[in-house]
Design a protein around this ligand. Structure first.
Ligand SMILES: NC(=O)c1ccc[n+]([C@@H]2O[C@H](COP(=O)([O-])OP(=O)(O)OC[C@H]3O[C@@H](n4cnc5c(N)ncnc54)[C@H](OP(=O)(O)O)[C@@H]3O)[C@@H](O)[C@H]2O)c1
Length: 281
């Protein structure tokens, strides 16, 4: 048993639900946040009676100032927050030319500004207690640009820059900021968690053929995506790591190879390889 508390955003499914389970089983008190009442059963399912007694469920939509303000008031009931996992996120997909600025803003309100809202609500706790660990769930998309995903990729690149700066600002308060960067895993993000731009894949779109190739590829590869529990256990390992944790932790099939290749070969070679893949039917 530990007397530590972890706060997890976006706990209704996917990684968030997995983090909740893994940290409860490790003896943490878990504050899990969801944004819809009808998801309560989803979070509770599969948890033992003992686990449930260590769980607090709070409502939070990270994209809304008012929701975060209410949540911040509810947080005052807690003495300390040892670990924050900024997990809530979704994907806006489509081709840049066919996306509106509003769609980019929609993406950033959750994946980027949402992280800032929640982090600013939690930092006073961590500064006061003189310790804390913030794990920001980024992505391989925060390190590599993919076509048809520019809003998502941009939001994760922004999260990477924000986290690097924040890490340097809060180190002296005993707070560690860490980026966890998964590849592709079997959660809901690539189905119900995706907002697709209106024209994507339509007959009038000049990007129809690229859309079809990417879509077919995703459908063919989805069953080989990783098991979210791998990311869950890595988050626990980061939370428990003694001393000074690394800034970045990558996880997922082929991720290390892809990042090494991107780092070592000239951009023009990389670009040729990616575009060749996109020409396949
Ligand atoms: N799965 C992957 O392959 C992968 C890879 C790299 C990074 N990631 C990242 O992992 C994180 C979790 O995603 P996931 O893959 O677990 O997807 P998921 O299964 O779709 O879960 C996303 C979670 O975020 C919540 N959420 C979305 N918008 C929110 C908002 N505005 N306020 C509060 N909660 C919100 C969802 O709540 P609702 O149920 O209410 O929609 C859900 O609980 C995301 O940051 C994602 O970018 C995923």
């Amino acid at each position: 048993m530990t007397n530590k508390t972890v706060l997890i955003t976006g706990a209704s499914g996917g990684f968030g639900k997995t983090f909740t389970k893994v940290f409860l089983q490790a003896g943490y008190h878990v504050i899990a946040t969801i944004r819809q009442e009808n998801k309560i059963q989803e979070v509770l399912s599969g948890l033992s009676e003992q686990d449930r007694t260590n769980l607090t469920l709070l409502f939070l939509d990270v994209s809304h100032d008012q929701s975060v303000a209410q949540f911040q008031t509810a947080l005052n009931a807690f003495q300390r927050i040892d670990v924050l996992i900024n997990n809530a996120g979704f994907a806006v997909a489509g081709f840049a030319e066919e996306l509106t600025v509003e769609e980019y803003k929609l993406q950033f309100e959750t994946n980027f500004f949402g992280v800032i809202r929640v982090t600013n609500a939690v930092l006073p706790f961590m500064r006061k207690q003189g310790s804390g660990r913030i794990i920001n769930i980024s992505s391989i998309s925060g390190l590599v640009g993919f076509p048809a995903l520019s809003p998502y990729v941009s939001s994760k690149y922004a999260l990477e820059g924000y986290s690097e700066s924040l890490r340097l600002e809060v180190k002296d308060f005993g707070i560690d900021v860490v980026l966890l960067e998964p590849g592709s895993f079997q959660t809901n993000i690539w189905t119900s968690g995706t907002h697709l731009s209106q024209n994507a894949g339509s007959d009038i779109s000049p990007y129809k053929s690229m859309f079809t190739t990417i879509n077919n590829r995703m459908l063919a590869e989805r069953s080989s995506y990783g098991d979210p529990s791998e990311v869950g256990f890595l988050a626990l390992k980061i939370a428990e790591a003694k001393g000074n944790p690394s800034l970045r932790y990558t996880v997922g099939k082929g991720v290390t190879f892809m990042l090494t290749l991107k780092r070592l070969i000239p951009w023009k070679t990389w670009e040729r390889m990616v575009l060749k893949q996109l020409q396949k039917p």
